[in-house]
Write a protein that binds this ligand. Structure first.
Ligand code: ZN
Length: 200
């Protein structure tokens, strides 16, 4: 596959979320009911395939023709339409591959489900499975609430602020993104400090 040709940009056929086309339509080059055309950047995809993120995703690489496989000739472009993948779903996959777990955290659940489906259509993507597992682990981490002081925060997942009692009102006003950790200490007979944290 010549990645230099047209700078790696290729026009691809995407699915348009219209399931009512007949099987015959599959063989047509262009069908305005179920096809959308968008550019993909093969150089970007190849770079991802060479990175840690996709190096184990052999099926994905075969489908894009980066590895010689028995079921795909090298120069034939992947047809998203035939796999019922919309441009939107493809973009979501790319954003995920570029950003990992950070992107999962801002995706609504239904989009994550869709992303799972898209990954499955590419024969599964191990990087997604791993990041998704991490994401679920973080969601169900009851232990996080047990971290009440900086010295308990061994993985440095929080930013900390220690606030004097008479500064509390001001603090609440100016640092709305911090939460009380549940820990306070009396440092003099009249002064108490409170510990606040937020995720880094
Ligand atoms: Zn059609």
């Amino acid at each position: 596959m010549d990645l230099e040709y047209e700078n790696g940009l290729r026009l691809c056929s995407f699915f348009k979320n219209y399931f009512n086309c007949t099987d015959k339509c599959n063989t047509k080059k262009y069908c305005s009911n179920c096809c959308d055309f968008y550019y993909i950047n093969l150089k970007q995809i190849k770079k991802l395939c060479d990175s840690e993120k996709l190096k184990d995703s052999h099926c994905f690489q075969l489908l894009f023709g980066f590895k010689k496989g028995s079921f795909k000739s090298e120069d034939k472009l992947f047809n998203f339409r035939n796999y019922h993948i919309t441009y939107n779903q493809w973009s979501t996959l790319l954003s995920f591959l570029e950003n990992g777990i950070k992107y999962l955290k801002i995706l609504p659940n239904e989009k994550i489900l869709q992303l799972t489906e898209t990954c499955n259509k590419f024969g599964g993507i191990i990087y997604f499975d791993k990041q998704f597992k991490l994401y679920l682990n973080e969601l169900n981490k009851p232990n996080l609430n047990k971290i009440k002081k900086p010295d308990e925060d061994i993985n440095n997942i929080y930013k900390w602020k220690i606030v004097l009692d008479h500064d509390l009102t001001n603090f609440y006003k100016n640092f709305t993104d911090y939460n009380y950790s549940g820990h306070s200490e009396k440092i003099t007979s009249i002064t108490t400090v409170f510990y606040f944290k937020k995720l880094v």
